[in-house]
Design a protein around this ligand. Structure first.
Ligand SMILES: *Cc1c(COP(=O)(O)O)cnc(C)c1O
Length: 382
């Protein structure tokens, strides 16, 4: 196939222009309204969005913030997590999950993931908590479970370990807002849930943004205070050291517009995932579904035989106008910035996945023909 072939038109990894065209009629008046009232920080759209998101995922409280990373940070700040505290998190995730405990002076304890679901492995988690307790150097305080690639982590198992050990649970739902487990949308599976509205996430803004969800009114009040410099009942009463962590009103307007098509988009992502499953499932390892769940499919990743095979497939696809991505080429315990924090425990699954995982395009403006073309190209290369 040559690049002149109409079949070979480049396929975008994500098509935010096509999506914008679909929501334009709803989006423009919302943006105009913000430009008219000029309440750019904590304007009425922010409160409207918080109500909408909380209702959508069934969480009692929603507090929007400036990014997914800041959501994680505010959640840990509210628990007073810092020096001497151990925060357990998967080694195979985005950098922000480990960055936040380190910023607060706490120690990330990297846990290996399940080779089939790619989610934090509950048995490994329990063993790591026991080992940290036995060593006696750090105080186990919190677990950050990540719903990786859009599928839910095993929250009942994580919650059971946390209850037994007295640990705070934080759901890093940055890739999975809209997904559900056992008939409930993510948002109340942990003590607090953090999500991201980075533009490439399933529910993306036109800039940075994030949100926290919790069932606890006390936590929600703390999050509101922390996102505005630790303010008290009046603006110039500072009760605690906080940060500038607010979502801006224009982003809230964009997100309200995106919410009008979000469920349709999730359904399209699910259809694309199934198409990939059926076309590729006999030739490569396609994502294993978490039982009794629905996924947001931020990322659709396949596993190739080894790194060489992955490079061959990735290069071959690129030559045919099909972009791919590697999430993640290096597990966090092997990152130069984080290696010093790692206690040396073996994390073989995370290391293995990093060497042979490959993400294919998945977004609501990909056509079935695109998926067929990408799948045929993969099949010809493996
Ligand atoms: C994107 C992402 C974050 C960070 O979100 P930002 O809004 O970019 O700060 C955190 N954790 C995971 C797993 C992510 O994918």
């Amino acid at each position: 196939m040559s690049m002149n072939d109409p079949q070979a038109r480049p396929i975008p990894f994500l098509d935010l222009k096509a999506q914008q065209a679909r929501i334009a009629a709803d989006l423009r008046p919302r943006l105009e309204a913000v430009l008219a009232h000029c309440q750019f920080i904590l304007g009425p759209e922010v409160a409207e969005l918080e109500a909408r998101l909380g209702e959508y995922c069934g969480a009692a409280h929603c507090v929007t913030v400036s990014s997914g990373t800041d959501a994680l940070q505010i959640a840990l700040m509210a628990e007073g997590i810092g020096r001497g505290d151990a925060v357990f998190l998967p080694a195979f995730t985005y950098t922000a999950t480990a960055e936040v405990p380190l910023l607060l002076g706490a120690t990330p304890v990297f846990v290996d993931v399940d080779p089939r679901s790619f989610q934090i492995d509950p048995a490994a988690l329990a063993a790591r908590v026991a080992a940290v307790r036995a060593a006696g150097r750090l105080r186990p305080r919190a677990i950050i479970g990540v719903d990786l690639f859009g599928q839910p982590a095993d929250w009942p198992a994580i919650a059971a370990i946390a209850a037994r050990e007295g640990l705070f649970t934080l759901d890093d739902c940055a890739q999975s807002f809209g997904a559900s487990l056992h008939g409930r949308k993510l948002g109340s599976a942990a003590d607090a849930t953090a999500t991201s509205f980075f533009p490439s996430k399933p529910l993306g803004a036109y800039g940075d943004g994030g949100a926290l969800f919790t069932e606890s009114a006390e936590r929600a009040a703390l999050y509101r205070s922390l996102r505005t410099h630790g303010e008290g009942t009046t603006r110039y009463e500072v009760l605690r050291t906080g940060m500038n962590g607010r979502l801006d009103t224009l982003q809230a307007a964009v997100l309200l517009s995106k919410m009008t098509v979000f469920d349709d988009e999730l359904a399209i992502r699910e259809r694309i995932a199934r198409l990939y499953d059926s076309r590729l499932g006999n030739a490569v390892a396609t994502p294993v579904r978490v039982a009794d769940s629905t996924a947001a499919w931020a990322i659709y990743a396949i596993l190739l035989r080894d790194t060489q095979a992955r490079t061959r497939v990735q290069d071959g696809l690129r030559g045919q106008g099909v972009p791919t991505a590697i999430y993640y080429p290096r597990p966090l315990h092997l990152q130069p910035a984080y290696a010093h924090a790692h206690d040396g425990a073996a994390l073989p699954v995370s290391e293995d996945l990093a060497g042979r995982i490959l993400a294919l395009p998945i977004h609501p403006d990909l056509t079935d023909q695109d998926v067929a073309r990408i799948s045929d190209a993969v099949l010809a290369l493996v």
